[in-house]
Design a protein around this ligand. Structure first.
Ligand code: NAD
Length: 330
């Protein structure tokens, strides 16, 4: 992209969801043009940025038509089913949408002559850590069909890049968190399975006490450690990654996390500091497949793309999520 190039036009697939809508806002703020393609299965019409085209990623023909008619330069792909527990009960749904759907999307892109893709992957592709922090070369041994469906996509994209000249960057997110209340955007999953919105809703009396799964892990306070990354910081990673692809870079795979682990109890304490009321909770047994700690080594994306996380303080992340939780727009 030279300074004279016209602003790129990007199709945000899955852009009516939590992370896709936040990323779309960052592109709009950079002066780019976006449209959203989404089946609204877990997303929200009110979250979609630009024109909303309602459709399924498995509908290859429709996607090709949309990509050709809209004269898009690139695609960001967020659409997926992403409930780990559900994936163990209904694995085929996950392989169908996440893996098969991505194959259909990439095929449609290539037919329409579009070669630049940023794909949402996950730290769940690594499985149980054999070392921490998790770097990109950590062995990939997912423990759920969800993680496996994404890992398969990563291999499929690597093969496609080699054969078809696809330029693709895969971003492996850790735990997305926070909101963009100034844009009326936040997290609204049904069912909600993520700790920060659950803790906020419990503290606000919007749901029963939170279940705290396991307090006997070998961590600093006995509860699980995770790496919470603000959606704003995820969005800036997408913008940087896509800019690079549009300049002709072949793309790569990067972790996107802060590198800082926060325990469940520390999250609950942050919620209490922000809201001024304690989070009611009940200790429950450990959940199967929950590793004690997961946090990122994110040096690669810093070095390659110049990315930095700007919201590393858990109170800062919780504060934006709390603004949203008090008055969600959808
Ligand atoms: N939220 C996290 O912490 C996290 C962590 C790691 C990776 N991810 C990945 O990031 C992406 C976005 O996650 P999110 O939290 O915003 O989820 P989300 O459910 O809010 O967004 C997903 C969007 O995709 C759409 N979608 C689902 N199936 C579709 C289909 N078949 N056709 C068209 N659209 C479809 C949904 O309607 C929704 O708008 C997902 O790929 C997820 O696996 C999320």
């Amino acid at each position: 992209m030279s300074p004279q190039s016209p602003a790129p036009k990007v199709l945000i697939v899955g852009g009516a969801g939590y992370i896709g809508s936040a990323c779309a806002v960052s592109l709009l703020e950079a002066g780019w043009t976006v449209a959203t393609y989404d089946d609204l299965s877990t997303g929200h019409r009110q979250a979609a940025q630009g024109d909303l085209i309602q459709g399924d990623i498995r509908d290859r023909g429709r996607l090709e038509g949309v990509l050709r008619a809209g004269r898009f330069d690139a695609v960001m792909h967020f659409a997926a089913k992403s409930l780990v527990g559900e994936s163990t009960r209904h694995p085929l749904r996950y392989y169908d949408v996440n893996t098969g759907g991505t194959a259909a999307l990439v095929d449609a892109m290539l037919s329409a002559g579009i070669k630049s893709l940023v794909f949402s992957s996950t730290c769940a592709i690594y499985g149980d850590p054999v070392r921490l922090p998790l770097d990109e070369d950590h062995p990939r041994a997912p423990v759920s069909p969800y993680g496996d469906s994404k890992e398969m996509v990563e291999r499929m994209l690597a093969a496609t890049r080699a054969r078809e000249g696809l330029r693709v960057t895969t971003l492996r997110y850790f735990n997305a968190a926070g909101a963009l209340p100034e844009h009326g955007l936040g997290e609204s999953h049904h069912p909600e399975t993520h700790l920060i919105p659950l803790a906020l809703q419990a503290a606000l009396g919007q749901r029963p006490p939170l279940a705290l799964f396991g307090e006997d892990y070998d961590t600093r306070d006995g509860t699980c450690v995770r790496d919470y990354i603000h959606v704003r910081d995820l969005a800036s990673a997408h913008l940087l990654a896509m800019r690079r692809l549009l300049e002709g870079d072949p793309g790569d795979a990067y972790n996107v996390g802060t590198g800082m682990g926060t325990t469940v109890r520390e999250v609950l304490q942050a919620v209490e500091r922000v809201l001024g009321v304690p989070v009611p909770y009940e200790v429950a047994p450990r959940r199967e497949g929950d590793p004690p700690a997961l946090y990122a080594q994110a040096d690669k994306i810093r070095g390659a793309l110049g990315w930095e996380a700007h919201h590393v303080d858990i109170d800062d992340i919780v504060r934006t999520a709390a603004q949203w939780a008090r008055a969600p727009r959808y």
